[in-house]
Ligand binder design. Structure first.
Ligand SMILES: [Zn+2]
Length: 131
């Protein structure tokens, strides 16, 4: 997800409930910096809304899709109607750009990490800025 309203990647700004299909990639293991962002963003979830299992499983997630626009959104399973957002955080990238971070779950597992990259930084937020 990103903020490029006019891009043809299909991304839409936050608060729009219709999600667009991810771009499938050759599956790869999640990277340590991506796990760190997920962990920090999950801390912002309402108490009781996240399962300890999800946190334990973060390091073994497999990335199956990305966003074509160049933002750092990640998909761990194909998007579907049952996906729901469980945490929304804000943060700043190393170059100082403001981003929002949304974590989605589906079928009781983390299904996507959405980086709402308003300024098209193409960066993950610095972990210590995620609130
Ligand atoms: Zn995007």
């Amino acid at each position: 997800m990103c903020s490029r309203r006019s891009s043809n990647c299909g991304c839409r700004p936050l608060k729009v409930t219709v999600r667009t299909p991810m771009k499938a990639i050759s599956p790869r293991p999640i990277q340590a910096d991506e796990v760190a962002v997920l962990e920090a963003a999950l801390l912002g979830a309402p108490p009781g809304s996240i399962s300890p299992d999800w946190v334990a499983d973060l390091r073994s997630l497999i990335v199956v899709g990305i966003c074509e626009c160049g933002c750092r959104s990640l998909y761990f399973s194909p998007t579907g109607a049952k996906d729901r957002p469980i945490a929304t955080s804000v943060g700043r990238t190393p170059s100082g750009k403001f981003v929002e971070v949304m974590i989605w779950v589906a079928a009781d597992r983390v299904s996507a990490l959405d980086i709402v990259d308003y300024e098209s930084s193409g960066e993950l937020p610095a972990v210590d800025t995620i609130r």
